[in-house]
Write a protein that binds this ligand. Structure first.
Ligand code: HEC
Length: 171
């Protein structure tokens, strides 16, 4: 009985090793995980954190309502994941870009400054404090769909809103 189970396990391991050796399997799983993260990140972008209110659905800096400061055009910005995470958590000192971590300038280091050092320049607190996973997913989304992605086109719109949304007819 033990032997049967063991040989079954060995066979399974051998198969897994063969598939892994072919490379594509691991790459596929990695790709799927990144997509899932970006999908979850899109919901942080347009729902949980409301980034779209100031940056616009496409991230081009078109605020989506009166009363919101126009955010930066993120489609023209090139930032890596580390820099993005710090900006999301800490905001941009002296600007309307809020901080989305309640620990910012406290237990969390922000641009090397404490609350006393950032003083009056301390960014407003965002409406929510994002968990690490939410920030990671949001960054995956920004890197996949927004950062350095250039002008907003009909394709960009359809990718965001889906093929049946009349909103994209304007492009
Ligand atoms: C209340 C409006 C507002 C909201 C909400 C907001 N932002 Fe911003 N954001 C700004 C403004 C204004 C700036 C420009 C800051 C400056 O003057 O440099 C900015 C700057 C940025 C930058 C830096 C761009 C650069 O050129 O370095 C990033 C990245 C960014 N925002 C991402 C986000 C993300 C992601 C969210 C959601 C978690 C978000 N913002 C929510 C207003 C907003």
């Amino acid at each position: 009985m033990g032997d049967v189970r063991r040989s079954g396990l060995l066979a399974a391991l051998a198969t897994a090793a063969m598939v892994a050796a072919s490379g594509s399997w691991a790459a596929e799983i990695e790709g799927a995980a990144a997509l899932a993260d970006a999908e979850a990140g899109k919901r942080v972008w347009n729902q949980t954190a409301g980034c779209v209110r100031c940056h616009g659905w496409a991230g081009d800096g078109t605020a989506e309502g009166p009363g919101f400061p126009a955010g930066a055009n993120l489609r023209k910005v090139v930032l890596d994941a580390t820099a993005l995470k710090e900006i999301i958590r800490c905001g941009v000192p002296g600007s309307g870009m809020p901080s989305f971590s309640r620990n910012a300038y406290g237990t969390m280091a922000c641009f090397g400054m404490t609350a006393a050092q950032v003083g009056q320049q301390k960014p407003p607190a965002g409406e929510v404090s994002l968990a690490d996973t939410q920030v990671d997913n949001l960054v995956a989304y920004l890197l996949a769909k927004v950062m350095n992605r250039g002008a907003v086109t009909k394709e960009v719109c359809i990718d965001y809103y889906g093929p049946t949304n009349a909103f994209c007819n304007r492009y």
